[in-house]
Design a protein around this ligand. Structure first.
Ligand code: F6R
Length: 585
């Protein structure tokens, strides 16, 4: 969450900061700001809203600066809470959470200092201003007092032309280009300018000045950086005729799925680990958690290995039991989700073999994991995850098939799904005609059993995040134990039936909700179910291997969410209150 950019060098800082911030808006877009050091004076522009609203910022004079695009944690998205925060000689941008905010703030207030914002981040500027001497030492001393996580970029009015950086828990990349030195929360923001990029490790500091980006450890001894490779990226890749990235990214799913299928070389070190695996734990957040849930069904079905999927923010505080020969799959598109990173660290500490399943080769997760399996989704710009979900499924299903082979068991070949997806994608457009029944509804239910339930959860998450309608994914058999009381003629119910074994059971729930007035929208691969009593509308998708069906059945749910968002006048690419990369706890 929150995007940071820093620059010092031969060029004017402000246009570079603004260009970098635009590329980082996926990390938060509720307010933004830049501070430029011109001589020994700060020029600051901050605003509520997006980076494009920073009027006047582009013309700020000065060759060193820092910028920030915010996802509010402390205090409303407003100009006064927007970063950078200036106090005394220091201007600060921060990504993360200062968990001992109250104690530190009380200390500053007791000294008679006034706070100009409601943020936790402003404390850092106050504490720095109190330290005399070298700003790097000051930053080290202040960081030692902070609990929680941070990526910080700092200017000091006493040292023109210099940007100071620190990282613990939140990502920060520094880089060197021919015209200057750069810092950013994510490499693509500076990759067009900086030829050499280094990811700061937790506890490291950097000083960008002159020709050099110097990196220091916690004792302030110079260290060589952790060099990363990242291709330059546009801030706005072509929409190729689509109106939104979400829709464009959905259209890429068949290709992304096919690309993400992976052949695991027999005899590789990874396959040897698979051979020894007796338990599987999967931890992730949001959509990635749902892909983990889908994988659990496939793994248990084909490999008969106990697999458990955990919400990463819960796992980290569960005191989890990690048995010998546990394979831990940390699934994360960004590879930067704070809760997933913490869960992976804990699993590693407890002896699990940690595997990163991620879309970003240089992400923090890959540094924790013993093995990295890369999904091939390409860059996902829309905040709502669509193609990355299918990419994760392709990889996790490939892993399932490899694991089954290692144990001499038969598993269906996930590559058989690839040709089905284009057809299913085209048919999913039919959900557009369903939008009038959802756009004005009080909320919607998504029901299914087994893997269909995992997809129901994903469908309800998609609907919530882009349409702002309450949606709930529910096990079809569980409704009658209480939740049925909420069903009436204003609650559309989407029912999923892709399991031959469970479809009739799901149809029982369809009849029950229809009897209470609900309009049922059935999505299935069994034609005979479409004409059943109680079904209001149906969508027939091509038949596919049941254990892998989530890759197919999720498509109409993504489309439905997209079209309902449009019908309600929302921007599906940048839903309110959200950010693409959740780097705070
Ligand atoms: C939903 C969505 C989020 C992410 C979640 C995890 O559309 O995008 O729920 O799936 O924040 O993000 P990653 O996969 O980057 O760890």
């Amino acid at each position: 969450m929150c995007g940071i950019v820093g620059y010092c060098g031969r060029r004017a800082a402000a246009p570079i900061l603004l260009a970098g911030l635009k590329k980082l808006e996926y990390r938060g877009y509720d307010s933004a700001g830049v501070a430029v050091l011109n001589g020994t004076a700060f020029a600051v522009v901050r605003r509520a809203g997006r980076v494009s609203g920073l009027d006047g910022a582009a013309s700020l004079m000065g060759n060193a600066g820092i910028g920030h695009t915010r996802w509010a944690t402390h205090g409303a998205p407003s100009e006064r809470n927007a970063h950078p925060h200036v106090w005394g000689d220091y201007a600060v941008v921060h990504n993360g959470i200062v968990e001992n905010e109250h104690a530190l703030k009380a200390e500053c207030l007791a000294r008679g200092e006034e706070f100009l914002s409601e943020t936790d981040s402003e404390i850092v500027a106050h504490l720095l201003a109190r330290e005399a001497g070298d700003p790097l030492v000051a930053l080290r001393n202040v960081c030692a007092r902070l609990e929680g996580s941070y990526a910080l970029a700092v200017l000091c009015a006493r040292t023109p032309g210099t940007v100071y950086c620190a990282r613990r828990g939140s990502p920060l990349i520094v880089g060197r280009g021919k015209d200057g030195l750069y810092a950013a929360s994510d490499a693509p923001a500076i990759a067009t300018e900086a030829e050499e990029l280094y990811a700061l490790r937790d506890g490291e500091f950097a000083v960008l000045a002159g020709e050099e980006a110097r990196i220091f450890n916690g004792e302030l001894a110079a260290v060589s950086g952790d060099r990363i490779v990242c291709a330059a990226a546009d801030d706005a890749p072509a929409l190729d005729g689509f109106n939104h990235y979400m829709r464009k990214e959905m259209s890429e799913i068949p290709a992304v799925f096919a690309r993400s299928l992976t052949d695991f070389a027999e005899n590789s070190e990874f396959c040897k680990v698979l051979c020894q695996t007796e338990y599987i734990q999967i931890a992730a957040c949001g959509t990635a958690y749902h892909s983990g849930l889908c994988a659990k069904f496939a793994i248990e079905r084909f490999c008969r290995i106990p697999a458990e999927t955990y919400i990463a923010s819960e796992y980290r505080y569960l005191d989890p039991i990690v048995k010998e020969n546990t394979l831990f799959l940390a699934v994360s598109q960004s590879g930067e989700t704070a809760d997933t990173l913490a869960a992976a660290r804990l699993a590693a500490e407890r002896g699990a073999v940690v595997v990163a399943v991620t879309n970003v080769a240089y992400s923090s997760l890959t540094r924790i994991a013993r093995f990295t399996l890369l999904t091939q989704a390409g860059r996902e710009i829309a905040v709502a995850a669509t193609k990355s979900f299918n990419a994760q499924l392709a990889l996790l299903y490939s892993l399932t098939a490899a694991l089954a082979r290692q144990r001499g068991r038969l598993a269906a070949d996930p590559s058989a799904l690839a040709p089905i997806l284009s057809d299913a994608l085209a048919r999913s457009e039919e959900t557009r005609a369903w939008t009038p029944f959802f756009a004005g509804a009080r909320g919607a239910y998504f029901i299914g059993r087994g893997a269909d339930h995992a997809v129901a959860l994903e469908g309800s998450l998609k609907l919530k995040e882009v349409s702002y309608l309450p949606g709930e994914g529910y096990p079809a058999g569980e409704l009658k134990h209480g939740t049925l009381a909420l069903i009436d003629d204003k609650t559309p119910v989407v029912a999923l039936a892709f399991s031959e074994r469970l479809a009739e059971k799901t149809m029982n729930a369809v009849r029950e909700v229809a009897a209470r007035g609900a309009k049922v929208f059935l999505i299935t691969c069994f034609e005979e179910l479409c004409a059943r009593k109680g079904v209001f509308r149906s969508l027939l998708l091509p038949p596919c291997e049941e254990a892998y069906s989530p890759a197919v059945s999720v498509l109409p749910l993504q489309a439905l969410a997209y079209y309902v968002a449009l019908a309600r006048g929302n921007d599906p690419d940048k839903p309110r209150h959200l950010a693409k990369s959740v780097t705070v706890e």
